[in-house]
Design a protein around this ligand. Sequence first.
Ligand code: SF4
Ligand code: F3S
Length: 381
Amino acid sequence: MNGFDALYEKAKDRVQALSELPSSKEESIEEMLEDKGFERRDFMKWAAGITAMLALPAQFTPLFAEAAKLADRVPLVWLHMAECTGCSESLIRSDSPTIDSLIFDYVSIEYHETLMAAAGWQAEENLDNALEKYKGRYILLVEGGVPTANNGQYLTLGAHGKTGLSIVTAAAKDAAAIFSIGTCSSFGGIQAAAPNPTGAKGVDKVVSQPVINVPGCPPSETNIVGTLMHFLLFGTLPALDRYSRPKWAYGHRIHDLCERRGHFDAGEFVESFGDDGAKDGWCLYKQGCKGPYTFNNCSTERFNQGTSWPVQAGHGCMGCSEPDFWDTMGPLEKPIKSHLVMGLNSTVDKVGTVLLTATVVGIGAHAVASMFMNKKDEKEG
Ligand code: SF4
Ligand code: F3S
């Protein structure tokens, strides 16, 4: 059997196994989508989009549609640690629901502090019950960094005052899969910015089980739902990069797929926000865009139901899906100073050899020449 056939058979077996689990919803996903005004062809188009986004052949489309129909069979536990809840908001605060957000609604959410009605003792009991009842089957999603200093005492939750550290390590123990949703749970986030007094860390630094990182501040709903759909269909981890991010989402640099890239290569830079270059959509590198050092699919998947992304809206990328971006990518609206002064070579320690190598390969000679020719105009350079 070749690789394609083996993968296809694996997905088919997984769909069959899901179909044998008890349903947790009264209505089917088709009925739910119809109620919200979606037709079957919208659903199939969505399944085709997920298939393409995950870089799988079109033959997988019907299997993704089947897996989505069975999404209610997979229990999900969502924990909040030290964070702002922006990642949950990115999923639930759309002005009109997308199929992505509706699929998320259709999953069996057993515990989510923002969405559930329960509070206090009852909430704690719900979590304990979910972890016991779905032992070995639930997907654990964590939003927020985990404070570890003083044995985790900087974050306590619930009526018993348990530490976030103890809650997340206990929940990780019997999870079928663990996803860190957002930069805080992936890498610690702003809580972990120097001097990091609470000792905040990413989830993968405090649990021994494998963790899939889905960073971003926030990550797009597409990246969250795509990661979930991959697990639904295959029941295994996707191919990951060196920071445990799914390669299908974080495998390309922002800079390489940016609509302003032609202007970068031509040496056409916005010199100040609001100037003629800004109005003409020129490159935002000199306004601090960190797209050359950032791996994410924002330019292709976009936010707010696919309408826009930071660079399209006129602000440079801040590098929000990279580890320690608060410390390594600042100041946010200026180029990384050492790159301009010392020739793109001095940040190895900060952003990593791999990123730097990719950056140097990707930056056109013309653009580099242009940046240095204009160096005398740089106030900060
Ligand atoms: Fe786009 Fe930023 Fe790269 Fe310019 S520097 S091409 S705005 S990603
Ligand atoms: Fe973040 Fe940059 Fe995308 S700031 S949202 S990785 S464009």
